[in-house]
Design a protein around this ligand. Structure first.
Ligand SMILES: [Zn+2]
Length: 396
């Protein structure tokens, strides 16, 4: 192995110091030296450079441990900005966020049914607006999409609803906008989002985040890193068969997948079949979003048929989680996506089913909860991918 040059070592140490300041929020130079094992002089030099670079700022004094009270350092959260883009089923949702994942500006574009070149053109439309905004400098773009993605090369292998196959999306966008671009599957993005920016998840080494919206998928964090599997498809639970006899056809070509029983599209489809049209969605041609809003209204209004449909969906989600718990034994399972709008009663049925169908010892230690980022989780996760390599922030 080649010995690292002095310059490489320095860059590595500078990224490390920046990462620690970013994670710890307020920290002194002495504490950084203690955590990293670097000398105080080295830390002081690196911190000076980061301050000159405007990435780090001094934010006051900490408590004295006898002697002078130390100066505390913090990440200058508005010194750089990131672009996140969530290519969701019926709309492309883009935003500018700061280094702490706080959203500064958003752009929404309805895209019902756009595919191929047209869908790519819509991606340009959203990014053209965002990259022209006043929030500068921009250090990178993170894009999340449904389907199978090769994140390392930034290639969308297949995104059925967008009609993309082997699309080198990162390269195309990088050439157009001249900043680093990262591409990730939407469920994996949601996991990274909750892990990086969600309340209280940074301390968990392992985490599973299930995104349940038009489609269903999950993202798995193992030992603090996103686990993508051998082919990038780790966590693709949406197309595991749940109903073999009499199951409904799924867009993947088989029948009875989890998506056909536990997603927003499944719930809408089943509510449409109810007698008396309790959600009032059969007479008019509603978009997916409007139909879903109508179902939510019926649910919140206490319609027993709609509640039954939702609880049935929750039951299947509980079974899917039970499989994950049996496979991974990860204690923290987080739910995100629009299905979480069904709230506590939906969550309760998921938990009950998981407990009934998982080995007692495993179920007892498993916490199933709703995530903290709401519908922004996927978008924020895409930007978290840009932040993974702190060195990309330096000298920009
Ligand atoms: Zn399927």
């Amino acid at each position: 192995m080649k010995k690292a040059t002095q310059q490489q070592t320095k860059e590595h140490n500078r990224s490390l110091v920046l990462k620690i300041i970013s994670e710890q929020r307020n920290i002194s130079r002495a504490e950084i030296a203690r955590v990293t094992g670097l000398t105080r002089t080295t830390v002081s030099d690196l911190v000076s450079e980061l301050i000159t670079d405007r990435l780090v700022e001094e934010v006051g004094h900490g408590e004295s441990m006898g002697g002078k009270s130390p100066i505390l350092l913090a990440l200058a959260e508005n010194s750089r900005f990131l672009v996140g883009l969530d290519l969701a089923h019926d709309q492309f949702y883009g935003a500018i966020v700061n280094l702490r994942g706080m959203i500064q500006q958003t752009v929404e574009l309805p895209v019902d049914g756009l595919t191929g070149e047209e869908a790519l053109k819509a991606v340009f439309d959203v990014l053209d607006l965002l990259t022209a905004s006043a929030f500068t400098p921009l250090v990178g773009i993170g894009v999340s999409t449904q389907g199978l993605v090769n994140s390392r090369d930034g290639v969308v292998i297949t995104a059925v609803n967008l009609g993309w196959r082997n699309l080198p999306l990162a390269r195309i966008l990088q050439e157009r906008y001249q900043i680093p671009v990262f591409v990730i599957n939407d469920s994996q993005a949601a996991a990274l989002g909750e892990y990086t920016f969600g309340e209280g998840y940074q301390q968990s080494n392992n985490l599973v985040v299930i995104t349940a919206r038009h489609g269903i998928g999950s993202g798995i964090i193992l030992n603090g890193e996103l686990y993508q599997g051998d082919g990038g498809g780790a966590g693709e639970i949406g197309h595991v068969t749940m109903v073999r006899e009499g199951g409904l056809p799924c867009r993947c070509g088989t029948i009875g997948c989890l998506e056909t029983v536990a997603s927003t599209q499944a719930v809408i489809r089943q509510v449409q079949l109810l007698s008396g049209d309790p959600a009032g969605i059969n007479r008019t041609q509603l978009s997916h979003r409007d139909a879903y809003d109508a179902v939510i209204r019926g649910y919140e209004g206490g319609d027993p048929q709609i509640i039954h449909v939702v609880m049935n969906a929750a039951h299947f989600m509980g079974l899917a989680i039970s499989n994950l718990v049996g496979t991974l034994n990860i204690h923290r399972i987080v739910l995100s996506g629009e299905m979480t709008r069904f709230g506590q009663p939906w969550l309760d049925v998921i938990r009950e089913t998981m407990e009934e169908t998982t080995l007692y010892g495993l179920a007892r230690e498993t916490h199933v909860e709703i995530g903290t980022l709401g519908e922004n989780g996927v978008l924020l996760g895409a930007t978290a991918l840009v932040l993974k390599d702190m060195s990309s922030l330096i000298s920009r």
